[in-house]
Design a protein around this ligand. Structure first.
Ligand SMILES: O=P(O)(O)OC[C@H]1O[C@H](O)[C@H](O)[C@@H](O)[C@@H]1O
Length: 272
């Protein structure tokens, strides 16, 4: 694996190469913007209208959500990690490592922590490991997710496998609780679900194409597509963009993690 600094739309980035595959990671958010396995085909959706001003969260790719998911807390939506510059720490343990630390000086979230995201690339796989460490003297609770935007040709033709039998909170319908009885999740309209206790590997299937999505450490999987109506209201998406992605997110949302001083937590998502 080889990594070198570069830029994308004026944002400092790290380009990673391994076994003919490439990934591009912005330091802003430690945000994976692009992933091309060795066959050269882009697997992530990145909006043409994404904002690259070094402040806003970037629409598409793989945003890192920490320490709050959505509006489940008093912080900015989905927390600060996706809208903060991380530091590139080099290649360690077979992956490019990005770090974000807090000293507890932020009154909105006064907890010293260290976050590390390790990104490991191989010919056909991309693995992201997020580690959160409590570096302070008091316990804190957090949520986290890897908010992966998978590129698709036509959302109506997409199925997500592996969630059969899982319970989910339907965020698109007032948080009502349901169980997944159908074998596949399909996208007929706005879809925004938090599946709990996910154990099986998931897969995104579109025609002959199949992408395996595995996770460990994260208990939940969030499946999101805004549908046409909500998609039209999202300023950093073009009119038809809602048809071009499915978010399949590895998350720890329904049961926040509580970390005692000195403890750490780790969650992974593996694509390929
Ligand atoms: O627009 P954002 O803040 O990036 O959030 C995008 C989406 O993220 C998650 O998937 C949530 O479950 C959705 O409710 C939310 O709309």
């Amino acid at each position: 694996m080889h990594a070198e600094p570069t830029e994308y739309r004026s944002l400092p980035c790290i380009r990673i190469d391994a076994e003919g595959a490439t990934a591009l990671v912005a330091l802003h958010g430690a945000h994976v913007l692009s992933w091309r396995p060795a066959d050269g085909r882009e697997r992530l959706f990145l909006s043409e209208r994404a904002v690259f001003d070094g402040r806003a969260a970037i629409r598409g790719g793989i945003p890192v959500i920490f320490p709050q998911f959505g509006e489940r807390g008093a912080l900015a939506r989905h927390g600060f990690a996706r809208a903060t510059a991380w530091r590139y720490a080099g290649i360690e343990g077979g992956g490019a490592v990005f770090e974000l630390s807090g000293d507890g000086g932020d009154p909105a979230w006064p907890h010293p922590f260290r976050a590390r995201l390790r990104i490991a690339l191989a010919a056909t796989t991309l693995a992201l490991a997020l580690e959160i460490e409590n570096t302070g003297d008091d316990a804190f609770a957090f949520s986290a997710a890897l908010h992966t935007y998978l590129r698709v040709d036509e959302i109506a033709a997409v199925a997500i496998e592996g969630l059969h039998g899982c319970d989910f909170e339907d965020s698109a319908n007032g948080g009502s609780l349901h169980r997944q009885h159908d074998h596949d999740v399909r996208f007929d309209d706005e879809t925004d679900r938090i599946y709990s206790d996910v154990v099986a590997p998931l897969a995104l299937v579109e025609g002959e194409r199949r992408l395996a999505i595995e996770q460990d450490g994260f208990a939940d999987a969030i499946v999101w597509n805004p549908g046409q109506r909500l998609g039209a209201r999202i300023g950093d998406l073009a009119a038809d963009d809602w048809r071009r992605f499915a978010c399949v997110e590895a998350g720890q949302v329904l049961q926040p993690v509580v970390l005692a001083p000195g403890e750490s937590w780790r969650g992974r998502q593996l694509l390929g």
